[in-house]
Design a protein around this ligand. Structure first.
Ligand code: 3PY
Ligand code: MG
Length: 262
């Protein structure tokens, strides 16, 4: 198993992903063939659960795309289960402290680096027992910074051994900062982003952004982020349909496609 997203990050190459909220294997298969670098299946807010992952991850296996999963909570059972079904990286929401980041990293890696329990069901079906020799080096552990406390402790979180990078949840971060959700131009938001990027630079970690639009993803990659989601399955679908309908009606397709949301 070669985690191509992780490899790109280690080589300093930027990468783009798509966020998956819907448990549809055909959509996942289609998106895996678009040339996108990674797909992140969302168990926190997405309309899917663990049993959906048992169908979705095999559907994209063998495609040149890295499967990431955002777990619903930072617990060893959640993290272990998604790795055992084939996730190659885990995005962990609401990490507030170095101790919480250590818990996430411990759940991602086999001893002696961590405390992951051994039972890699699907990866072993694909790669056999060889998986165990490479798993620790190929799994990405990505805590999210999206709370006031997480931001205060960002330096210590970035320093935790086993953390490959930090991922920004911009909407929760707005709430954490006490500013309006979506006010990404607010100086306090920009200051927070600069602090997160600086912490990652200092500890040689990558830093990623949940992009609420393709433009936001592009701006993020231009401004110090290594990876960003360019949109979600739902947002791409909606903007494609809105654009098509607008063209058919003789209306402005850009205006129609720009209506936001998840
Ligand atoms: C956020 O914006 O807080 C996220 O976690 C994106 O899903
Ligand atoms: Mg969030």
């Amino acid at each position: 198993m070669i985690n191509t997203a992780l490899q790109h990050w280690r080589e300093g190459k930027p990468s783009l992903g798509i966020w998956i909220n819907l448990p549809d294997i055909h959509l996942a298969e289609t998106l895996a063939r678009t040339g996108v670098d990674w797909l992140c299946f969302d168990l926190q807010h997405g309309l899917m659960d663990y049993s959906d992952l048992t169908r979705l991850l095999p559907a994209i296996c063998g495609q040149p795309v890295t499967p990431l999963v955002r777990v619903a909570a930072n617990t060893p059972d959640q993290i272990g289960k998604v790795l055992d079904v084939g996730a190659e990286g885990v995005i962990v929401p609401m990490v507030n402290s170095a101790e919480e980041a250590r818990q996430a990293a411990a759940a991602c890696y086999y001893p002696p680096q961590g405390q992951r329990s051994c039972g890699p069901m699907r990866p072993a079906m694909v790669s056999g027992i060889e998986y165990l020799a490479h798993a620790n080096a190929q799994i990405a552990c990505l805590p999210m910074i999206e709370t006031e406390e997480g931001l205060e402790n960002v330096e210590e979180i970035a320093a935790v051994e086993g953390v490959d990078g930090l991922f920004v949840g911009p909407m929760d971060l707005c709430y954490g900062l006490g500013i309006a959700p979506g006010d990404f131009g607010n100086p306090r938001f920009k200051e927070a982003i600069a602090a997160i990027i600086a912490a990652c630079q200092k500890h040689e970690r990558v830093v990623g952004m949940f992009g609420y639009s393709a433009e936001m993803a592009h701006e993020s990659l231009r401004n110090g982020f290594h990876f960003a989601s360019a949109g979600t399955d739902i947002s791409f679908f909606r903007s494609g349909v809105s654009r098509g309908l607008a063209i058919a009606r003789g209306e402005n397709p850009d205006e129609a496609a720009a209506r936001g949301g998840y």
